[in-house]
Ligand binder design. Structure first.
Ligand SMILES: Cc1cc2nc3c(=O)[nH]c(=O)nc-3n(C[C@H](O)[C@H](O)[C@H](O)COP(=O)(O)OP(=O)(O)OC[C@H]3O[C@@H](n4cnc5c(N)ncnc54)[C@H](O)[C@@H]3O)c2cc1C
Length: 216
C-alpha cells in the first residue's frame, strides 16, 4: 500500500565525489520489496529513488547522484542529519521474479541501488555488471560480489588498465564475453543501456525474460 511518510535523515556519506548515500529512519509499518523505489517530496519537486537497503534493515538507504544545478538531487546532496524528508511509496515492479533461469543484473551508475537491496535481502545472481564512467564509482562492490557468481565493473571511459574490470560498456561485455543462453535479465539505469541490452537479447539471448527500470 502506498502511503506518505515524514521521516528524518540519520546519516549521509559520500560514496564518490558526486554520489551520496542517505540513510533515513524507517517509518513504522513501512514495508517494501527489494527493487522498489520511493518518491521523495521536496519543495523543488518530487523525484523517484530506488531503495538500496535490505527489506529487513532498520534504515532506508538511498544512493543519489548529484546533478549540479538547482534540481532535487542537488538539494538532497546537501541535506544534513536530523533534517526531515517526506516521501511516499513503495512504488514499482522491478522486483525479483521466481524462475529457473540464471539471473543477470545489469546496472549503470546509481542504477546499482536496487541490486544492492536485492543482495542485502538474500537474492543472488549469476552475473552482476556495473557500468560506470569513473572507476571510483564502483559502489558496493564487496556486497555485490558476494551475491554474484561473477561481478564485473565495466568502464565506459578509458582508464588505467586493471585485472578485475572491463574496458567498455556493459553491452560490449555481454556481447563479447557472456555465453548465449536463456536468462532472466534485470536492467536498471540509463534508457540507452536498457535499449541496447534489450536489442542484444534478440540476437544473443533469445527466449530470455527482460525486466527493467529506467531512471532517465
Ligand atoms: C524509478 C526511478 C528510480 C530512480 N532511482 C534513482 C536512484 O536510486 N538514484 C539516483 O541518483 N537517481 C534515481 N532516479 C533519478 C531521479 O528520480 C532524478 O531524476 C534525479 O535525481 C535528477 O533529479 P534533479 O531534480 O536533480 O534533476 P533534473 O533537473 O530533474 O534532471 C536533470 C537530468 O539529469 C539526468 N539524470 C537523472 N538522474 C540521473 C542519474 N541517476 N544519473 C545520471 N544522470 C541522471 C537526466 O538526464 C535528467 O534530465 C530514479 C528515477 C526513476 C524514474
Amino acid at each position: 500500500v502506498t502511503a506518505t511518510y515524514t521521516t528524518r535523515l540519520t546519516a549521509q556519506r559520500r560514496l564518490s565525489p558526486s554520489i551520496v548515500e542517505l540513510r533515513l529512519e524507517r517509518p513504522a509499518g513501512f514495508a517494501f520489496s527489494a527493487g522498489q523505489s520511493i518518491a521523495v517530496h521536496h519543495r523543488l519537486g518530487t523525484r523517484d529513488y530506488s531503495l538500496a537497503s535490505g527489506v529487513d534493515e532498520p534504515e532506508l538507504i538511498l544512493c543519489i547522484r548529484r546533478m549540479p544545478g538547482r534540481g532535487v538531487s542537488d538539494a538532497l546532496f546537501g541535506l544534513t542529519p536530523g533534517e526531515t524528508v517526506r516521501f511516499s511509496g513503495p512504488n514499482g515492479y522491478f522486483t525479483y521474479r521466481p524462475g529457473s533461469r540464471p539471473a543477470l543484473w545489469v546496472a549503470t551508475g546509481t542504477g546499482i541501488a536496487p541490486f544492492r537491496s536485492m543482495a542485502r535481502s538474500g537474492r543472488q545472481c549469476r552475473l552482476c555488471l556495473h557500468g560506470v564512467a569513473d572507476p571510483d564509482e564502483n559502489l558496493y562492490t564487496d556486497e555485490l560480489r558476494r551475491a554474484s557468481g561473477d561481478y564485473t565493473l565495466c568502464l565506459s571511459r578509458p582508464a588505467e588498465p586493471a585485472a578485475d574490470r572491463f574496458d567498455g560498456r556493459v553491452t560490449s561485455f555481454l556481447e563479447r564475453h557472456w555465453p548465449p543462453g536463456r536468462y532472466d535479465l534485470y536492467l536498471c539505469g540509463r534508457q540507452e543501456m536498457v535499449r541496447d541490452v534489450t536489442l542484444l537479447v534478440d540476437r544473443r539471448f533469445a527466449g530470455s525474460r527482460v525486466f527493467s527500470e529506467v531512471f532517465f
